[in-house]
Design a protein around this ligand. Structure first.
Ligand code: KIV
Ligand code: ZN
Length: 506
């Protein structure tokens, strides 16, 4: 069986998704988890576009040693030089050059001729090869490019030193058969194609990114690019977890394999969702909360008798925790630590102690503490690492007659206790106004949503918010059995991120 190279661009194309910015620590946490997942190539960023990306790529290059660390760059000699500076400390560096190839892009955006594009492509690939042995070239908008011109570019860049040639469906326009034929055409018409890996990078504008990627693999491509949970520009990229599980589940059809440790998929998906603030839809294939739940009586009956009747994948094979009762009020530190280990968490002592106290507090309120509750508790405690402000106390009065009122006590910088109160149109508004009086950072709330982590009236509520300040969006999340407290925690989490980002940029 031939191996497919899995190229993850969650930290580059994924982070390009509107409202999805990540800080330095979050990028490193995701890169480390991608390494545990067994990703072959991590595209860590686009360093010439921002100093923040440059710093993140350099850090990941130094810290994450097993996978190839790749940087994206424009086809410009200075940009190639700068990009190399960001990635040069990687154990396995790669420079990825992108240049448009379609007449639409050449005419309306770049205002360059096909000959000029060819020359820029070859010159920059040759420059990148002076720095490292691993150079990828992407012909942007390939699926809307004259195939004859694609063949010409690919042959030329391979001659100039490209080791991987990527054929993106940049705008998610291709149909599976059409895209497959393009890949077949590349193998037939590019004489030196055996000297490079053929890669594909599909967008999901028509919901076909995974289908197109799989079709390309069927026709000979051996690298596939995508993101965790399919996040990315516009409608996103191909979901890597779906591609990997399709290859694994239908090995009989594809006769291909990957080096992915699929039991890390669910955890990676949760981490990316948590840190980017993009929730995973319940019916999302492979990682959605309903992906392995059987609702109809007929299906339940079948699964109880034999899972194969209605389950094509074992939930354990993607690391999905069973939502069974695991711990309760009487559980001790040892039991909690063991359960965490089973769920894949190895927390340092300080984080463990905080998570344990939060678990005990939750167990006092909830009779049954499930794996999903524990995940939420750990996520909540890990969130508190970047705190400038911490919620100490909150008291709210509301109802259909009185004026919603909130009194808030925060612990601020230098452990100073800060208190204030405010009136609002509702309890959350009153809480946010009271917090604003204490923190004093102007911002606009652009998104607010609340969902329950598990079923039942005593479930933990998770609040996700986005705030905007000076044109930048910050995401915040908070969890608690009281949704007003969860809302306050989410808001403080977003404000802490905003303050941390401002501090980092001086
Ligand atoms: O969608 C695209 O074409 C890209 C390239 C950089 C590969 O993201
Ligand atoms: Zn893309």
């Amino acid at each position: 069986m031939e191996k497919v190279i899995i190229f993850d661009t969650t930290l580059r194309d994924g982070e390009q998704a509107a409202g999805g910015s990540l800080n330095l620590q979050e990028k490193l946490d995701i890169a480390r988890q991608l390494e545990r997942l067994g990703i072959d190539v991590i595209e860590a960023g686009f360093p010439v576009t921002s100093p923040g990306d440059f710093e993140a790529v350099s850090l990941i290059a130094r810290e994450v040693r097993t996978p190839v660390i790749c940087v994206l760059t424009h086809a410009n000699l200075d940009a190639v030089d700068q990009s190399w500076e960001a990635v040069k400390e990687a154990a396995h560096p790669c420079i990825h050059i992108v240049l448009s190839s379609s007449d639409i892009h050449l005419f309306y955006q770049l205002r360059k001729s096909r000959e000029e594009i060819l020359e820029m492509s070859c010159n920059t690939v040759a420059r990148a090869r002076k720095y490292c042995d691993n150079v990828e070239f992407s012909a942007m908008d390939a699926s809307r490019t004259d195939p004859e011109y694609i063949y010409q570019i690919l042959e030329a860049v391979i001659e100039a030193g490209a080791t991987t040639v990527n054929i993106p469906d940049t705008v998610g326009y291709a149909m599976p058969d059409e895209f497959g034929k393009l890949i077949e055409g590349v193998f037939k018409n590019v004489p030196n194609i055996d000297r490079a890996v053929v890669s594909v990078h599909c967008h999901n504008d028509l919901g076909l990114a995974v289908a197109n990627s799989l079709e390309a693999l069927k026709r000979g491509a051996r690298q596939v690019e995508g993101t965790i949970n399919g996040i990315g520009e516009r409608a996103g990229n191909a979901s890597l977890e779906e591609i990997v599980m399709a290859i694994k589940t239908r090995q009989d059809f594809y006769d291909l394999t990957t080096d992915i440790d699929t039991t890390q998929i669910y955890k990676t998906s949760r981490l990316v969702s948590e840190l980017t603030g993009f929730p995973v839809q319940p019916n999302k294939a492979v990682v959605g909360s309903n992906a392995f739940r059987h609702a109809s009586g007929l299906h339940q009956d079948g699964v109880i008798k034999m899972p194969l009747t209605f389950e094509i994948m074992d939930p354990k094979s993607v690391g999905m925790p069973a939502s069974s009762l695991v711990l309760g009020k009487t559980s001790g530190r040892h039991g909690f630590r063991e359960r965490l280990a089973e769920l894949g968490y190895a927390l340092p002592d300080e984080d463990f102690n905080r998570a344990f106290s939060a678990f005990k507090e939750l167990a006092d309120k909830k009779r049954e503490v499930t794996d999903k509750d524990i995940e939420s508790v750990v996520a909540q405690e890990q969130r508190t690492i970047f705190e400038t402000y911490h919620l100490d106390r909150l008291q709210v009065t509301c109802g259909d007659r009185g004026i919603p009122t909130a009194a808030v006590r925060l612990i601020g910088p230098d452990e100073q206790a800060l208190e204030d109160a405010a009136l609002g149109t509702g309890p959350v508004d009153a809480v946010y106004k009271a917090i604003n009086r204490l923190v004093g950072v102007p911002n606009e709330l652009t998104e607010f949503s609340v969902k329950s982590v598990t079923e039942g009236i005593d479930a933990i509520g998770e609040v996700l918010i986005r705030i905007e300040s000076e044109g930048i969006t910050y995401t915040g999340r908070g969890a608690d059995t009281d949704i007003i407290v969860a809302s306050a925690k989410a808001y403080i989490n977003a404000l802490n991120r905003l303050l941390a980002a401002r501090k980092a940029s001086g």
